[in-house]
Write a protein that binds this ligand. Structure first.
Ligand code: IVH
Length: 693
């Protein structure tokens, strides 16, 4: 390649990589596989090696990945006792053999390999002191990481205390991977899709995102798992890495059972080949094999480069892909009116399942893929719930194929579509008259996590088609005659429906709020809003400032609430549902004590418990939560990262500023702080059928 050609290619690769990074990290919607991404990065690394004069400081090859957002991270950061490094990757047996040859050149001592699965999650570093878990840090920038101990404690396989009767180093770090098994991932994304929230792109993103949640009780519900694979205990007398792992296992730590000691590189190749197939039947995601020199003395002699150990290498599996034909493209309208293109494919086998449909996300994605009906496309399912089309086989494009045109009218009600500038999606604005949107709202309202009403998709469709129900409140005035007109409905179904309708009147406000189907408001936000604002009237009256003051409510979500509450018809629905007897007020708890009676506490910053729980705690002890710092504020309770203006105002007015610990002492006379919510398993599956898959 000529120099100018190389320069151009380097620049275009950097742009492309930056765009994929943005999609991956910012939008959470990667459009190429990790494998394809790695290939781009490798091409850039190779070109930069040939033409070092073109290396720039901001090249993606020069940056070490980091999960730290230092400025406003709600997590405390700590240094790792030893840096957390990454691994060099290989993509072929040839490259793997080069690694083996390199190691043999660098040492003349005999050695063996320990082969392990490469778990596809997010790195974690646990610190144990005298057999007790002290801290859990994310990888961060390799030197220091976020303290996610509270979240890690919700993973049951990670022991708080090591087994007794064993001797372990008085202090050690053990590294591993926190991952999300496929089942938990599918459930999480199923719920997200049902709520029209952005699903996670893959189990790895889901694991990393979950580990960084602020509310540990939510983390506990998501089914994270952990496996540990690297013990660092420099002063101990272990000789082999595999020995450190089997010892760690006996101390009670979660270690993989699939590792294997290999004497030669051919045995390593055998291990890789067998797991390349076997891994598809594992219940959790893996993306390769890690090959480590087992002898710790040889490891030490080989040492490290700036980023990676010389004694280990990762062999990355190629994601399974299949070639199939696009038969047609459907455009589906969701509850919020968003129109999603879905490709109907010639059925093809992939990772043990038959793939018939794949989402195309939006018009922009279709353009990037340059996809047409009749095209042959590659489908990939790297652990994702939704199969992804990664590229078009242009050589197989039929001569007479025509470029696609995204519909201009709603495929259901023919209303002209409008583009949401922020989401790259087209929307049907006819929310009141477009059948899939209306039906979607009923389905959501009746779902188990909302009002749990005995009414399925078919019945809803029939009731809508007959014009018996249009708005949510109509459910409460259906006559027996109308219900009996439904296919297969007898007295018993009517009775069940009526009983569930009656029960829905006892469902707490948070779930009712969720059931209203406000755009972007998932279960957790709805619950937080219900607790924070107490009743629907306070929410209707709340302005942007009051809404965004809530944890987890950003301007977009706040705007969605304001928009919903300024729509006259929505207000009518709320009034009618209120009249029908639904809960629009949070039931207040009887006070636990009156230690805070007469006090107004203003809160700012983050605490060891979620802010909403803190508010409840104050109220349960007879106190009031203030809305701004004023002369009637008794204390300003300052957590980590408190608001500067609140602190300044309190100082000006001479209001005492207290820490979380001081507060507990005041509130409970020195007794224990509130316990975190119990780690219950949320196994209430939703029985609504997903239309997409
Ligand atoms: S050993 C210094 N072993 O893969 C050695 N890493 O791409 C550090 N990973 O950062 C890592 N399974 O997060 C090791 N059995 C395994 C692994 C593993 C998954 C992850 C880890 C690492 C990344 C490198």
């Amino acid at each position: 390649m000529e120099k100018t050609e190389a320069k151009n290619r380097i620049e275009s690769l950097r742009k492309e990589i930056a765009e994929h990074n943005r999609r991956y990290y910012v939008e959470n919607t990667p459009i190429i596989s990790d494998y394809a991404f790695d290939a781009l990065l490798r091409e850039l690394t190779q070109l930069e090696a040939l033409y070092p004069e073109f290396i720039t400081e901001d090249s993606p090859t020069q940056k070490v990945g980091s999960d730290l957002k230092k400025e406003n991270s709600p997590f405390k950061q700590y240094k790792h006792l030893h840096p957390m490094l990454s691994l060099a990757n290989t993509y072929s047996i040839e490259e793997l053999k080069e690694f083996d040859a390199r190691v043999r050149r660098l040492t003349d001592k005999p050695f063996t390999y320990n082969c392990e699965l490469k778990f596809d999650g997010t790195g974690i570093n646990l610190l144990y002191r005298n057999g007790v878990l002290i801290r859990a840090l994310t990888r961060g920038d390799g030197a220091s990481g976020d303290d996610v101990t509270r979240n890690i404690r919700t993973i049951s396989s990670i022991p708080e205390k090591l087994n007794e009767g064993f001797s372990y180093p008085p202090e050690f770090e053990i590294r591993g991977e926190v991952y999300m098994p496929f089942e938990a991932f599918d459930k999480l994304n199923y719920d997200k899709i049902l709520n029209e929230e952005q699903p996670f792109a893959n189990p790895r993103n889901a694991a990393a995102g979950t580990l960084k949640m602020l509310d540990s009780s939510q983390v506990a519900k998501r089914g994270l798992k952990c496996v540990l694979y690297h013990l660092i205990a420099p002063d101990s007398d272990f000789e082999l890495h595999s020995q450190t792992l089997s010892n760690a296992f006996s101390w009670g730590l979660p270690i993989s059972e699939h590792s294997k000691k290999c004497n030669t590189i051919d045995e390593v190749v055998e291990y890789i080949t067998s797991w390349d197939t076997k891994r598809t039947s594992l219940p959790y995601p893996t993306d390769g094999v890690v090959v480590k020199v087992d002898e710790l003395s040889v490891q030490q002699a080989l040492g490290y480069t700036a980023k990676t150990p010389r004694w280990a290498v990762a062999y990355k599996f190629k994601p399974e892909e299949a070639l199939t034909k696009v038969l047609s493209i459907d455009y589906q309208v969701g509850r919020s009116g968003a129109v999603t293109p879905v490709a109907n494919l010639e059925p093809v086998q992939l990772s043990g399942t038959t793939v018939k449909r794949a989402t195309l996300h939006n018009a922009e994605q279709m353009q990037i893929l340059n996809i047409r009906i009749g095209d042959y496309v590659y489908v990939e399912k790297g652990g994702e719930i939704i199969p992804k089309i990664t590229r078009v086989e242009l050589d197989k494009r039929p001569a007479d194929s025509r470029q696609f045109e995204f519909p201009k009218l709603c495929p259901s009600c023919s209303t002209p579509l409008i583009k949401d500038p922020e989401q790259a999606k087209f929307f049907c604005p006819n929310s009141e008259g477009c059948l899939p949107q209306i039906e979607g709202r009923f389905l959501h309202f009746c779902s188990r996590k909302a009002l749990d009403i005995n009414l399925g998709e078919v019945a809803i469709d029939q009731l809508c088609q007959k014009g018996y129900i249009k708005r949510i409140e109509d459910l409460y005035s259906l006559s027996d005659l109308q219900l009996l007109s439904l296919e297969k409905w007898k007295e018993k179904s009517v009775k069940n429906f009526r009983a569930s309708l009656q029960k829905s009147k006892e469902i707490p406000f948070g779930r009712v709020l969720y059931g209203l189907g406000i755009k972007l408001i998932g279960e957790t936000t709805a619950k937080a809003l219900a607790t924070g604002f107490k009743n629907i009237d306070n929410i209707i009256e709340a302005n942007m400032e009051a809404l965004t003051a809530m944890e987890d409510v950003g301007p977009t979500v706040a705007q969605a609430i304001v928009d919903f509450c300024s729509n006259e018809q929505n207000l009518q629905t709320i009034a009618a549902l209120k009249k029908a007897g639904l809960q629009f007020e949070s039931k207040s708890q009887a006070p636990v004590s009156d230690e805070l009676k007469g006090m107004t506490i203003m809160i700012t910053g983050n605490y060891s418990i979620p802010r909403e729980t803190m508010k409840l705690y104050i109220e349960a002890h007879g106190g009031k939560v203030g809305s701004s710092v004023s002369s009637s504020t008794t204390y300003l309770l300052a957590g980590t990262k408190p608001g500067d203006s609140k602190i300044a105002k309190a100082q000006k007015l001479g209001i005492p500023i207290i820490s979380e610990e001081e507060f507990y002492a005041i509130a409970a006379g020195g007794s224990d702080p509130p316990q975190k919510e119990s780690a219950t398993n949320d196994d209430s599956g939703d029985d609504n059928q997903l239309k997409l898959f």
